[in-house]
Ligand binder design. Structure first.
Ligand SMILES: C[S@@+](CC[C@H](N)C(=O)[O-])C[C@H]1O[C@@H](n2cnc3c(N)ncnc32)[C@H](O)[C@@H]1O
Length: 237
């Protein structure tokens, strides 16, 4: 089965629109002009482009060949076809590294420590790491995440469901339909991270401390109601 993100590259913006709240949130952490910024799992590179247009030196990496090809063709910034497990090949250090849009949920559990250590090495001493996942605590409590069906052009619709899998992963099933009939379907394993344990993995691997929010307006995180899980951490120079 194809990687969903390779197939939906050209319609990505119809499904996942730009989150202006993130672009405001990140301004708090990138006071220096220009800052060196790294976007992990950048998709089509829309955030890289916005920050590059503001004058920053921005790099985006993604494991989808099509996403990176699209980003290079349409956007400002530096783009590399790399997986989360290959970021130790990047050169230099960054003022801010972020991984948003639930991208890190694709990282298998056994790759977590290496990923956190690589992010640590890639951050400047005063740098910040920002992570956004779906609120997996809410999934654990409710047994589902209820994202609305998204209307696409040409009468098509985008659907997603999250199914518990026996090995504690989640099967992320996505589908494009037309007239109620499936046109394309995908299924990927996701690896949920929970608020009672994931922040500790960062401090166990050298990060100084972690702050948790429920959205990019910095509302407190609530397991039942927050739309997202946002973690911000630093090396504590
Ligand atoms: C929902 S998209 C989020 C894209 C972008 N960060 C945003 O917020 O719009 C998830 C992205 O993670 C990327 N991804 C999934 N697994 C990855 C991996 N192992 N390494 C790098 N990128 C990965 C996908 O290709 C996809 O572009």
């Amino acid at each position: 089965m194809n990687f969903m993100y390779d197939d939906i590259t050209t319609i990505y913006q119809q499904i996942f629109s730009l989150n202006q709240a993130f672009l405001q949130f990140i301004q708090t952490f990138i006071k220096k002009m220009p800052s060196r910024i790294l976007d992990l799992g950048c998709g089509p590179g829309d955030y890289v482009n916005e920050l590059a247009r503001q004058g920053h030196q921005v790099t985006g990496i993604d494991s989808s060949t099509q996403m990176i090809a699209w980003a290079k063709q349409h956007h400002q910034g530096n783009f590399h076809h790399l997986s989360f497990t290959e970021i130790n090949t990047l050169k230099g250090q960054f003022d801010c590294i972020y991984c948003i849009g639930n991208s890190l949920s694709y990282l298998p559990y056994d790759a977590t420590d290496e990923f956190i250590n690589d992010v640590f090495s890639l951050l400047l001493p005063e740098g910040r790491f920002i992570l956004q996942l779906v609120n997996w605590d809410r999934y654990r409590l409710a047994g589902d995440l209820d994202f609305p069906v998204i209307q696409l052009t040409d009468g098509k619709t985008f659907h997603r469901t999250y199914e518990a899998h026996p090995d504690s992963t989640v099967l992320f099933k996505t589908e494009i339909q037309k007239n109620g009939q499936p046109l394309q379907t995908w299924a990927d394993h996701l690896y949920p991270r929970y608020s009672d344990s994931f922040p500790q993995e960062f401090t166990d691997n050298g990060f100084k401390d972690t702050a948790i929010y429920g959205d990019f307006k910095q509302n407190p995180f609530g397991t039942e109601n927050s739309p997202a899980f946002i973690l911000i951490t630093h090396k504590g120079s």
